[in-house]
Design a protein around this ligand. Sequence first.
Ligand SMILES: CSC[C@H]1O[C@@H](n2cnc3c(O)ncnc32)[C@H](O)[C@@H]1O
Ligand SMILES: [Zn+2]
Length: 438
Amino acid sequence: MSAEIDLLIRPEWIIPIEPAGTTLSGHALAVNDGNILALLPHEEAMQRFRPRRTVELPGQVVLPGLINLHTHAAMSLLRGYADDLPLMRWLSERIWPAEARHAGPDFVRAGTLLACAEMLRGGITTFNDMYFFPDAAAEAARRVGMRAVLGIVVIEFPTGYAADADDYLARGLAARDALSDDPLLSFCLAPHAPYTVADKTFDKIATLAAQLEIPVHVHLHETAHEIEESLKQHGVRPVERMRRLGLLGPQLIAAHGVHLDAGEIDLLAHEGCHVAHCPTSNLKLGSGIAPVSAMQSRGLNFGLGTDGAASNNRLDLFQEMRHAALLAKGASQNAESLDAHASLHAATLGGARALGLDERIGSLLPGKAADLCAVRLDEWLLQPCFDPASHLVYVAGREQVTHTWVNGKLVMSAGVPVQIGISELLDITGLWHTRLTS
Ligand SMILES: CSC[C@H]1O[C@@H](n2cnc3c(O)ncnc32)[C@H](O)[C@@H]1O
Ligand SMILES: [Zn+2]
């Protein structure tokens, strides 16, 4: 007797991420009730299941949806607004003044919607966001059916969102309470950075993180300037300050981690912390190149992030996988660093682990959510193809993504998000371009 199921996907190849380094040919993926039911040879799948829908994908590879471990989604409206500046000038001369004028709930809803559309187009199914008005960001994510981890942000200056640290925390916690029944949304604490958050606030955040059992997402060791200032003001480097404040542990996601020495990498690995590696943003802001090869060899888990579109200027994890692999090799002068499977692992399971969501997403083990993307590798520009994993990292781009599913639901097909039309996105960007330039 065969069982009725929602969906059967029959691609040329499947890269399940677990077991590591595997590429399956001639297999099918059975999906039911939003979850992966089985991964099995085509013939067996046809015998065991009666799918209500079958998607045939010759010449294509299916893999877990990509996880954007560090972004500021709403900043997609500031794409190209301020280029070619180092981080602190970029923030203080251009970005913070623009945010002070414009970054209200409408900006966040519109910018996050644009970002979600771009991310789904490129096979990203989950994003870890840090921005003002997470309730408005949640509206956008829900509209398109995307999985999101939203930040309970704290930055110690007043903005249109909140007045002081306690107000930031209260607003973020209220948003978390209001959205607690949505299975695609979760929250983390998101103190902006060591240079914008005081010790007593970090103390409160460490206590809250332990009480609520949620991650802490913070920009950390992004620039050499950040380290110099910390030494001047606190007498220690930021990682040591975080250690003294009780923030190191499996809940910590350090965005960037560019300027980490060997001792700090060992300490972060020993404490079970995670790094969100953002190679393109680090290059564009001239921040440096993160020591990914050492993180790999010393067992420090890392995922990949785009950062915001104002410092990247794309929300494209295919670009990040490629940059991560190439930079790891170049910086360590070791071509064996971060091979294609390791880069794919970072963009999927590495990110899921950092978010504490690896029971649910990040690989195609049966029982996990059916968060998936399909990528075509049969176009002439991509020929010949000897190894689909290699092609995903070194040859293909987001243009080759044809389908994206979140929780078993098709959310992008034929190059467009299912729930939102391109004309609406163009209207939004036109409106905000006018506002930002007048
Ligand atoms: C408190 S909301 C997030 C805050 O972070 C700013 N931001 C964007 N990119 C970066 C980065 O690479 N380093 C530090 N801060 C960044 C963003 O503009 C918001 O103000
Ligand atoms: Zn950032």
